[in-house]
Write a protein that binds this ligand. Structure first.
Ligand SMILES: [Zn+2]
Length: 136
């Protein structure tokens, strides 16, 4: 018999086991996420309309910061003006969203490798095809 394929099932594969452990860790991290929102929080410093105001000539004397949360709704950017203490809450929300995106990216990457590995092992476990045997 030419066929000397390994008979190891997927659950004892060390690589898959490592992937599984890493996936569990990422999943546990997702579970720690707080409320999140898309978009960005901006702090703007503005010039006023008074010609004699220091803000007109010196950027360090601009007014503010004024906070704003921007996000897209159906392709359009929507902005909401925020009080400084509100800006903190929104900043936390956008930071959580970034965390989720990072975690999701890692999970996707890891899952793809795990699925590739799993498929490879499954293929190795598959008995030889009937038509392959009959040709010999
Ligand atoms: Zn001014």
């Amino acid at each position: 018999m030419k066929n000397t394929r390994r008979k190891s099932p997927t659950h004892t594969d060390p690589v898959l086991e490592r992937y599984q452990g890493q996936f569990e860790a990422l999943r546990a991290e997702v579970a720690t996420l707080g409320f999140f929102c898309k978009g960005t929080v901006l702090a703007r410093r503005m010039r006023c309309g008074k010609a004699t105001c220091a803000c007109q000539s010196d950027p360090a004397h601009r007014h503010g910061p004024y906070f704003e949360w921007s996000h897209k709704v159906k392709g359009k950017t929507v902005s909401l003006h925020l009080q400084p203490e509100e800006a903190l809450v929104y900043q936390e929300g956008t930071a959580q969203w970034q965390r989720l995106r990072t975690l999701l990216g890692r999970m996707e990457n890891l899952s793809r490798r795990a699925i590739e590995r799993k498929t490879k092992i499954t293929n190795q476990l598959r008995p030889p095809q009937r038509d392959t045997i009959s040709k010999r």
